[in-house]
Design a protein around this ligand. Structure first.
Ligand code: FES
Length: 328
């Protein structure tokens, strides 16, 4: 058993404003007991004050390193890389700087084999990775604490330089209000993630459409309102992406992949159903998608994924009508 342990985690993957911060934490295995006392909880469950207090003590025996990827850098990088690839690249760079030891990573990918493939692409293969590793491994919780603090500092700096935009997450009404207010948005422009901006534009269009429709309906009366709305509802389907917390409206019968690329950090792949980088899980609405082809079944089988309706290759999925929820 190696004498050093290390953990890696990130903060700020999902917001529309501000940087992504990825952090590594490492310490001697013999300090694990002390580590457990200070970093036994996921940093998300600690108040900001508790996080800072824990971090101050952890610094006494844990070595921290972090990388901040600004929104501007993310915008540039995401022209050619997925967010998962960017994260894997930063994580791989951090692993290379760690002392020899056991490393656990809170992985961004749904499947460990996908994440391992990404990390190998960036020259790293000696690590373990799990979901929610920050809840189960104190050294990953320590990395999570550090990443969150560094991101909070940055958000505070941006707030001071611009305006009060809340948390920067798209679900925060303060963030949405700041993005819709022209002067605030101008100030925030260098700190906005373009991918999310696209999504916001889609949402705004929908909002304006609805207002227009309501005005027309009010003028024409309730009976015509019913007639006009039905064809619109019949034409549009909805994709909910659970791990990104977003919804996308698409015409009935659309392939989902272009919309996932437009609005999420979904990885780019072969697009022909042969290399399953686009594996995803249908959580609900299975009756609203097309059937699998033989090639899709075979590719999923080669990837070790059971042939159930849940496992799909996103590049082969069309949403025919209604709603579906997926995760990747
Ligand atoms: S992108 Fe390769 S199988 Fe879908």
């Amino acid at each position: 058993m190696l004498s050093m342990i290390a953990g890696i985690d990130e903060a700020g993957r999902g917001p529309v404003i501000g940087p992504l911060v990825v952090c590594s934490a490492s310490c001697r295995r013999e300090d694990e007991k002390q580590l457990k006392k200070l970093a036994s909880k996921d940093s998300k469950q600690l108040t900001p004050e508790q996080r800072v207090a824990a971090y101050d003590k952890l610094k006494g025996f844990v070595t921290f390193r972090w990388v901040e990827v600004s929104a501007m850098d993310l915008n540039k990088l995401m022209d050619t890389m997925s967010l998962n690839d960017i994260e894997a690249k930063v994580m791989a760079d951090l692993v290379k700087k760690l002392p020899d030891g056991d490393t656990m990573i809170d992985m961004p990918d749904r499947y460990a084999w996908t994440f391992r493939k990404r990390m190998e692409k960036f020259g790293v293969n000696k690590f373990e990775a799990e979901h929610k590793a920050d809840e189960n491994y104190p050294i990953v919780a320590a990395a999570s604490i550090c990443a969150k603090i560094m991101r909070d500092h940055k958000i505070e700096e941006i707030r001071k330089a611009t305006c009060d935009f809340g948390s920067g997450y798209p679900g925060d009404p303060k963030t949405v209000a700041a993005l819709k207010d022209k002067p605030s948005r101008k100030l925030l422009e260098p700190f906005i993630r373009q991918k999310w901006k696209t999504l916001e534009n889609i949402k705004q269009t929908r909002l304006f459409d609805t207002e227009e429709q309501e005005k027309e309906d009010a003028a024409a009366g309730a009976a015509s309102r019913h007639r006009r709305r039905s064809p619109r509802a019949a034409r549009m389907a909805r994709i909910r992406v659970r791990n990104e917390g977003i919804e996308i409206e698409v015409p009935d019968g659309s392939p989902i992949l272009p919309y996932l690329w437009e609005s999420t950090s979904f990885p780019q792949g072969c697009e022909d159903g042969s290399t399953p980088i686009c594996a995803c899980v249908i959580i609900s609405g299975e009756a609203n998608v097309n059937h699998k082809t033989q090639q899709e079944i075979e590719t999923l089988h080669r990837a070790g994924l059971p042939n159930s309706w849940r496992n799909r290759l996103a590049c082969m999925v069309r949403v025919m009508k209604g709603e579906i929820e997926i995760e990747y």
